[in-house]
Write a protein that binds this ligand. Structure first.
Ligand code: SF4
Length: 403
């Protein structure tokens, strides 16, 4: 370890660790495994779900003991498919979250759900348990395509689930749509986006397919048996989705996310602002006091660990340089951009221009970033319209500069 790093760590050890205000909890069970999925998720059948919920309670206890929360502004329960819990399991799980973490009155409490796993009884348990936002993994309004990517639901399930959610009292609803899927055509995507917009939801998320290792799609890809759209087609799909959603009055607030005013996801903004969050559950990540952790994966190993200690697979000290790069990489995902003043507040003694002057100049010259000097004397760097289309190239340019 260099002298500078030692000094940095000693400084951090003297500074009291601020408690995160955001909480992520992972439920790693799914009815089946989608063909493209590399998340920590296991097929539900035969899994010790009640034991897992016991283990989560133990992790909650250990977590609040180690780093007591002052207030929790946002909760996100992801997976996996959290809505595979039965109504009694759901009730018990949500009660234990509230028992361990002090949720503020206007907490944003999101749960991911899959269409087809949300009957009225379960939705009632979620609503009564404090969930106030649901993010549905819809992906497409084309049954053939849904089957091709290994989803368990069909389009009727989508409509039924959303009707059930509204009837249960939920108004803050979001759906995910995917593009760049095998054999997906631009016409089929256009049809999906029209059907999605007809639902008049406050929030939509868009994701392109990434072929990840250890997935069925990766095997097919290696055998040249995955008929993906061309890069140009995928690009046209993204442009169409953006134009259509913006045209329908949705604000494009993050590279993959669109919302009606006031419905921007608050929890994920924690990640994009590089702020701290608790992360609980098998395979979950957390970030607090310049340390990132990854929990053990595997349901039984996770359960076993929590009997004696926090279930950490690894804990990693984030150096200042890494934190600075993360700040840019995730911050630029937000279309409002990054502010020099926020950078200076997180990294006193340095400026954005000191650290990234050359890259910023190049990105501005190439038309990928815009610079705005605000009336209050701040400077903002944000993705240009062109930069939005080449986001990954822009984010990557800020990484590894000091190596
Ligand atoms: S529902 Fe989500 S987490 Fe579960 S297998 Fe499919 S993509 Fe993975």
């Amino acid at each position: 370890m260099t002298e500078a790093r030692t000094a940095e760590r000693q400084h951090e050890e003297r500074v009291p660790m601020a408690a995160p205000k955001a909480l992520y909890i992972h439920i790693p069970f799914c009815t089946n495994k989608c063909h493209y999925c590399d998340f920590t998720s296991y097929v539900l059948k035969g899994q010790p779900v009640d034991d897992y919920l016991d283990a989560l309670e133990r992790e909650m206890e250990l977590t609040v003991k180690e780093l007591p929360p002052e207030r929790i502004d946002t909760v996100f329960v992801g997976g996996g498919t959290p809505t595979v819990l039965t109504p009694p399991q759901m009730k018990r799980f949500l009660e234990s979250v509230k028992r361990h973490f002090p949720l503020v009155d206007d907490v944003e409490f999101t749960m991911e759900a899959n269409p087809g796993t949300t009957d009225p009884e379960k939705l009632a348990a979620m609503f009564e348990g404090g969930v106030n936002r649901i993010s549905f993994g819809v992906q497409s309004f084309n049954n053939e395509l849904l089957e091709r990517i290994g989803r368990i639901h069909n389009v009727d399930d989508v409509y039924r689930s959303l009707d059930n959610a509204r009837a249960a009292g939920f108004t803050n609803l979001s759906i995910d749509l995917m593009f760049g899927l095998p054999k997906q055509t631009i016409e089929s995507l256009e049809d999906s986006v029209e059907k999605a917009l007809a639902l008049d939801l406050p929030h939509y998320s868009l994701y392109s397919l990434k072929v990840e290792e250890n997935t069925l799609f990766h095997k097919l890809y290696q055998r040249d048996e995955l008929p993906l759209p061309s890069e140009d087609e995928e690009y046209s799909m993204y442009v169409h989705l953006m134009d259509r959603l913006k045209g329908a009055g949705y604000g494009h607030y993050e590279i993959s996310n669109f919302a009606k005013p006031g419905y921007e996801g608050r929890h994920n903004s924690t990640y994009w602002r590089n702020e701290a969050y608790y992360g609980l559950g098998a395979g979950a990540h957390g970030y607090a006091g310049r340390k990132r952790h990854v929990n053990v994966k595997g349901v039984q190993p996770y359960i076993d660990y929590t009997h004696t200690k926090l279930p950490r697979l690894e804990t990693h000290h984030v150096s200042e340089q890494e934190a600075i790069e993360d700040f840019m990489m995730v911050g630029l995902r937000l279309l409002e951009g990054v502010r020099s003043s926020s950078f200076a507040a997180q990294f006193p003694g340095t400026t954005l221009e000191d650290k990234f002057g050359d890259v910023l100049d190049k990105m501005l010259k190439d038309g990928l970033l815009e610079r705005i000097d605000t009336a209050d004397g701040d400077t903002v760097y944000k993705l240009s319209d062109r930069g939005v289309l080449f986001g990954n190239d822009v984010f990557g340019a800020f990484i590894g500069l000091e190596e």
